[in-house]
Ligand binder design. Structure first.
Ligand code: AMP
Ligand code: GLY
Length: 416
């Protein structure tokens, strides 16, 4: 099966690996890809979405997989264009991908379909936002558009709220757009993923993302410093509640609203004392959760996504292992405020019984791997129990070193 995977990060490296491990024979292409991905897939060198679609048509691609979200909402939308050309696409149409691209669209969707989430007010400018905050802190401010993961601020006091409002609503750091003032939810976070095909779905292994830079969930927010995945991460009663109150009503809501959806939905949840509530939808798998979840998936992911893209959910093609998977990220010097590139990475070849997924690396002229971005790579290992998986992952992580490297030492060490 000829498959094209769109994206270039650690998540796509993990997805491509899982596609290759599928029982179906695959021939994989990637756009824009990376040096690490080029070892598994042929990189497609085209300029922009329209040329990519043309290339897929000419090369008879049988499945297009949207790893990252940006192309879903660019121009006419990746999935919309694929549909016009008869190319099966695993990833939703542009109008459905507004669930991720517009926080206000997502909030109205949740409210309309009675899906538990924090209360929120949409605002056009800083003054409206001040009125909506009404002196209640902490508060959460969310820019209503794609902002490379930097559009959300949890503000503990007026000073931090004013700083965010100044940058985002006055200086317009992310361009024009509205703002959501949202109730601050308290509790542990969990990421739930469902493969959605029209009105049906299959829930994948739950995961937890470690977003803060430093141990003990201290320090600034990052793209994710690690993740843990297991069916045992949350108990089955809670998963049933999440399915009944959140997943099922979301999938039904898409049908009721006439929003076509074939692809992964990521539910970012807060487990509050009043029950699970949504903090965000994403229209793709999580990064780095994907790197933790994929090693637990066996069977035929390639055929599963191809069937799904054609409108058929085939859960029998996949099985999920019962153990634990721990993903540890090494990030570069300065991350997340800045990131240094060009540090030579040593020791990848010494890793055993673990997977390495590259996010920000490149090959230098001498053929060595070097850093090329904030989150550099992830080492993922498994075990029957959480402590076993943690031990295995940290034992392997120590082999990989480079100047200025940063990692947390407590990923998976405590359960919620
Ligand atoms: P996002 O960019 O939407 O993933 O949000 C980034 C982070 O902000 C989330 O992972 C949460 O930790 C935090 N966050 C978002 N919304 C809320 C909320 N309503 N209450 C508390 N924290 C939130
Ligand atoms: N793990 C967070 C994200 O993928 O957005």
């Amino acid at each position: 099966m000829k498959i094209l995977v769109v994206g270039k990060g650690g998540r796509e490296h993990a997805l491509i690996t899982a596609m290759q491990d599928s029982t179906t024979d695959t021939e994989i292409y990637s756009f824009p890809g990376s040096d690490a991905i080029s070892e598994l897939a042929t990189i497609v060198d085209v300029d922009g979405l329209e040329s990519l679609i043309e290339w897929m048509k000419q090369n008879e691609i049988e499945l297009c997989v949207a790893g990252e979200e940006s192309y879903l909402v660019k121009g006419e939308g990746l999935a919309n264009l694929c549909e016009k050309e008869g190319i099966p696409c695993w990833g939703p149409h542009k109008q459905s991908a507004q669930l991720e691209a517009s926080k206000e669209f997502a909030k109205k969707f949740m409210q309309r379909h009675d899906i538990p989430t924090g209360g929120a007010t949409g605002c056009a400018n800083a003054d409206e936002a001040r009125a909506a905050i009404n002196g209640v802190y902490p508060t959460v401010l969310k820019f209503d558009g794609l902002a490379a993961g930097k559009g959300v601020a949890v503000c503990l006091d007026e000073a931090s709220a004013e700083e965010f409002l100044q940058e985002v609503m006055v200086e317009r750091k992310f361009g024009e757009g509205r703002l959501l003032v949202e109730e601050c939810l308290i509790g542990p976070e969990v990421s739930i993923f469902a493969a959605v095909v029209d009105g049906e779905y299959l829930i994948f292994t739950p995961a937890r993302d470690y977003k803060r830079a430093l141990d003990g969930d201290e320090g600034p927010n990052t793209g994710g410093m690690g993740a843990v995945a297991s069916r045992q991460l949350i108990d089955s009663a809670l998963l049933t509640q999440i399915e009944k109150e959140i997943v099922q009503p979301t999938v039904n809501g898409l049908i009721k609203d006439g929003l076509p959806y074939r692809g992964f939905i990521y539910f970012g949840l807060m487990l509050t004392t009043e029950g699970p509530k949504i903090i965000e939808y994403n229209c793709r798998f999580g990064d780095p959760e994907c790197q933790a979840v994929m090693p637990l998936v066996a069977g035929d992911l390639a055929a599963f996504c191809a069937d799904g893209a054609k409108g058929k959910l085939t859960p029998g093609l996949l099985s999920f292992s019962d153990g634990w998977s721990v993903c540890l990220v090494r990030s570069s010097a300065g991350y997340p405020e800045t990131s240094r590139s060009g540090d030579v990475i040593s020791g990848i070849e010494n890793i055993q019984d673990a997977r390495v997924y590259h996010a920000g690396t490149k090959k230098n002229a001498a053929g060595e791997w070097e850093t090329n971005g904030g989150r550099v790579l992830a080492v993922v290992a498994g075990g029957d129990s959480r402590p076993d998986a943690v031990k295995a992952a940290y034992a392997q992580l120590q082999h990989v070193t480079f100047d200025g490297m940063q990692s947390r030492t407590d990923i998976g060490v405590f359960n919620f």
